[in-house]
Design a protein around this ligand. Sequence first.
Ligand code: SF4
Ligand code: SF4
Length: 385
Amino acid sequence: MKYRAFGKIDFKVSALGFGAMRLPTREVQGAGNRLDSNIDEPEAIRMIRHAIDMGVNYVDTAYGYHGGQSEILVGKALKDGYRSRTRVATKSPVWLIKEPADFDRLLDEQLSKLQTEYIDFYLLHSLNGHSWQDTVLKHDLLSRMEAAKKAGKIRHMGFSFHGDHDSFVKIVDRFDKWDFCQIQYNYIDIENQAGMKGLKYAASKGLAVVIMEPLLGGRLANPPKDVRTIMEEADPGKSPVGWALDWLWNQPEVSVVLSGMSTIRQVEENIALAAKSGVGKLGKRELDVVSRVRKKYGERAAIPCTGCGYCVPCPSNVAIPRNFSIYNDGVIHDDLDGARIAYNNFFSKENHASNCVKCGACEEKCPQGIEIMDWLEKVDKALSK
Ligand code: SF4
Ligand code: SF4
């Protein structure tokens, strides 16, 4: 494993961090489908422990991941001596905070679920300009965080972010005690959200920067043929995941790249890549390849949905991310006929885009700023029989 600087903190973090938001799940007996909250516990524990055995020392979870079950699973995985070998990050669900005392109540609940005395890295989850103003500042959560640190419940203070660049800078500048932040960043998202400018800005202020969505919800792991061809011609032995992660690790401002791993194979592949990673490993030729790949993606009109699920549940039962992923798959893989089959034959009509009554509730929750209502209309038009 390779280790990297973590802002101003005296801690060398593994290049790869374990994101516990896409853990393996089991089928619900008789129902024939997998429930997000039904984690395959033995396999998930085996994966996390294997990663730690191979040198990963940063495990990231959140209050809401896997319907609240991820923190509990991480707590179990870190028993038998694993807790002392890794640092744990988790996040305060700021959207559940209606009064200041909620912050402390939720933190105590998280400590109990994680079966730990303290949390190494505590983040205010998924901030944007609105939640910053209407929750964090309104309820003075920064003072609450400082008090929690003084009380020994958390060790380092940070935030994860899904807003626009200007809000990001405002949040970084407002509090001089931030130790770190977590941003969505990958070779496609260089101008989206905090973006490359935000990465460099936060690092210049001494914050460690944790990277999430390095593969854009897994999409960059399976590029369409014309994108893949560019990569294969440049280096036949290098996988799309290798290109995406190497591009991140090449940048000195990046501290740790989180990967939400779902199989032991992914754990092994990512660890092998991390072991060869480093700043400055990509030369001009490789960086040009990534630029051409980015351009090629840009030419394909798909919905920039990462499948994060913040927009659901919808009061009209529209499974927004699923509608978008069926459509995107059709566009990206040049197979709208296949997408139509998936939409009409293998996807419950109750969850179709056509059920949208345009109440607008979902759009304000989307960290990607997607015009969900317009896109749903287009999706239904393109895919319904
Ligand atoms: S706008 Fe449509 S998809 Fe969004 S929450 Fe309302 S009904 Fe659901
Ligand atoms: S539409 Fe937006 S909020 Fe919903 S899953 Fe996609 S990216 Fe997430």
